[in-house]
Write a protein that binds this ligand. Structure first.
Ligand SMILES: Nc1ncnc2c1ncn2[C@@H]1O[C@H](COP(=O)(O)OP(=O)(O)O)[C@@H](O)[C@H]1O
Ligand SMILES: [Mg+2]
Length: 370
């Protein structure tokens, strides 16, 4: 097992910079997730670590070894892709054993290792089958198992669950996490799915356009996003963004307004006419039952667009009254709410974020990464 350390890694494709100045260090045994929209550079980072792509600038360490110029097969990493390839002519058992046999591991040891991996991935009953006799989900588990059975120093997974249907994806996700807790191999996992990132990661690296937006624990990423991009990428539905202007102690949003709390005034020192992107998570908005205002709550009037019953609660999608500005929030399952209803909603101003409209950076609350 080993730490993986990237120091200022840059990768270019002719004149396109795919990833730029990427720096982070995954401590030995941790499970890190790289997340971001398609094309942000996730696969490029993994391929660079695996040795499948060359490095234009920067240093890459696995353990204490500088591996910039070490060929892929000498790095002792195992990589699983979304489009895995099993050896079609071999049984599942032989597929799992392949890497170990290549390294001339002793036979009983190979057998034990394979049984354990097969058991933990729930593919024991498939050991005698050939890949074409397996469903897509089963094949993907075998591909994962083959990589795990090798017990590499580092485990690299590139969207390994994207081809599975929802139920299987959830199950395999749980198994992966349990397996990692047991085996403790340093793992870097790539996904565009923020739910996978939140549920699997010790730490999340959020990427956009080849650059790191934020590194932090799932909790930190969610509660202290460093930018509007992170705030709206993580969480479902995403954080509501309301463009507002500071005027006489209020944020004016379209033709409505929210009071600016003393804390925000003190930290932001807003000037008359200054623009902000305000952010509020759906769960920090409630349908107003009584008229509570003051420093903690602000209210807005909305018109309901769409009601999505989720069972335990209702997700309401609405627009500010007489505006195209959309926002979503949750309501208790026993509310009778219909499209076209006008509602007064109450925003918890203690959970309000302010982003710079230009840079997108979080300017309130001020926070450190972690
Ligand atoms: N072989 C390649 N040639 C040219 N550009 C590439 C190549 N591979 C990736 N890129 C570019 O690098 C960027 C990052 O790609 P990638 O790492 O595959 O993103 P992700 O995995 O996050 O979807 C994209 O803009 C992509 O178009
Ligand atoms: Mg990719």
């Amino acid at each position: 097992m080993a730490r993986v350390s990237l120091q200022g890694i840059t990768r270019k494709f002719s004149n396109v910079v795919a990833i730029e100045d990427i720096t982070f260090e995954v401590p030995d045994g941790e499970f890190w997730v790289l997340v971001g929209p398609s094309g942000c550079g996730k696969s490029t980072i993994l391929r660079t670590i695996a040795g499948l792509d060359s490095i234009a600038a920067g240093k890459l360490y696995i353990g204490d070894t500088l591996v910039n110029d070490l060929p892929a097969r000498q790095r002792d990493v195992a990589m699983v892709f979304q489009n895995y390839a099993l050896y079609p002519h071999m049984t599942v058992e032989d597929n799992l054993a392949f890497g170990l046999r290549m390294r001339q591991v002793e036979k009983t040891k190979i057998n034990n290792q394979i049984r354990e991996v097969a058991r933990s991935l729930n593919i024991e009953h498939l050991l005698k089958r050939k890949p074409k006799q397996l469903s897509g989900g089963q094949q993907q588990r075998v591909a994962l198992g083959r990589a795990i059975a090798r017990q590499p120093k580092v485990f690299l997974l590139d969207e390994p669950l994207s081809n599975l249907d929802a139920q299987l994806r959830d199950d395999t996700r749980t198994e992966l996490k349990q397996l990692h807790d047991r085996v403790g191999i340093t793992t870097i996992y790539v996904t565009h799915d923020q739910v996978e990132a939140m549920t699997l990661a010790d730490r999340i690296v959020v990427l956009e356009n080849g650059k790191i937006q934020q590194i932090g624990s799932p909790q930190a990423i969610y509660t202290r996003p460093a930018s509007r991009m992170v705030a709206t990428f993580v969480g479902s539905p995403p954080m509501n963004i309301l463009p507002g202007t500071y005027l006489d102690g209020n944020f004016v949003i379209e033709r409505q307004s929210l009071p600016v709390t003393a804390k925000i005034k003190q930290q932001l020192q807003p000037t008359q006419g200054q623009s902000f992107d305000l952010g509020i998570r759906p769960e920090q908005i409630k349908i107003a039952i009584q008229n509570r205002t003051g420093d903690r709550f602000g209210s807005l009037v909305v018109e309901v667009n769409l009601v999505e019953p989720l069972g335990r609660e209702i997700l309401v999608r609405a627009n500010l009254l007489n505006s195209y500005l959309a926002l979503s929030f949750f309501a208790s399952a026993d509310w009778q709410i219909y499209k076209g209803d006008r509602l007064t909603i109450e925003l918890n101003l203690e959970k309000l974020f302010c982003f710079s409209p230009d840079s997108g950076k979080t300017i309130y609350p001020m926070s450190s990464n972690g």
